[in-house]
Ligand binder design. Sequence first.
Ligand code: AMP
Ligand code: MG
Length: 334
Amino acid sequence: MKDPEGASDEGGGKAFSGDAELPLPLERLSEGEIERKRCIVRITTYVMRDLTSTFLRSGFEWMLPVVLSKSTDPLWPDPGASIEKRIEVEIYDETVRATLSMIIHKMVACSLTQPRLFLLSPNIRIERRDRATSGVHIYEFTQLDFEVRDATSEDIRILVEGALHGLIDGLRRDMREELTSLSRYDGLRPLRVPFEVYDKEELEDKYGDEWESQLAAESRDPVWVTNIPREFYDYEDLEKGKWDNYDLFLPGFGEVLSGARREWDYTAMVRKMERDGVPPENYRLLLKLAREGRLKPSAGAGIGLERLISWIVGAQHIAEVQPFPKIPGTIYDL
Ligand code: AMP
Ligand code: MG
């Protein structure tokens, strides 16, 4: 695989403020900070209950996550990737990798067993140390990851819009006290759906290379961005060079979700792996299923839960919403 450290420094809107103060571990918090942490915990509980209930009500099945596998997300090429080290270990004479994302597992399970699935997936990404102060990067986080067989990108966008709209209304109704104590009640306005959709090329023409931070700074509502060149598993129209994928950007914050309609064609996948320098031997099962026609078309996305909660509570640094902060470059006891 090519060296992902060559990736550009694009990231979320807050991502390059570079001045976020680093959160302390629990045992070093003052009384006031502990009280703030308690509010964040109550909001986290609400967010998890609300979103998982929404998925269950919509007929999704809940899958348990995995942590070690032969195949994980290559996270390459992705303009936002900034991985310093990939965790690979030998067990039972085989090399396995710590989960970077469960995209491969989602595609396989969605094709073979669960046409509408979601899960809470722990991801380990050893982000470069200079991301410590970005305010939006941690080296362990959780994705609310989901996938739907035969869905279109629009189906997924509508689903996410409905889920977030309901979540914010619910938080304003049921968590007013906590949001007020975090000084976020007035700032967290009800969402207007559908969200605007922009093509990445359009945004680059308008804002240049800084489009992500400009977009986050200027928009008052969440916005979708489509057509982002990245990993082989996102669907790409190879003739037109257009990608059927999407990111969701939150106002004043930046990227919170990435997703796509998926590639399921064997030849296209192999062609893209070759082009991008991604080793096909790390994706042997996925390629076998695709070659046998057992991989089904699907679409889905992953929401970074800590980012979503960080935006909701107005955290200075995303690690503030973690019980045990995982700040790039800093290892606390727990
Ligand atoms: P990706 O598919 O790589 O975009 O990851 C899916 C989502 O996970 C992103 O949209 C973010 O919300 C979240 N995410 C990715 N990397 C990190 C990180 N280092 N720290 C916190 N959240 C992250
Ligand atoms: Mg992304």
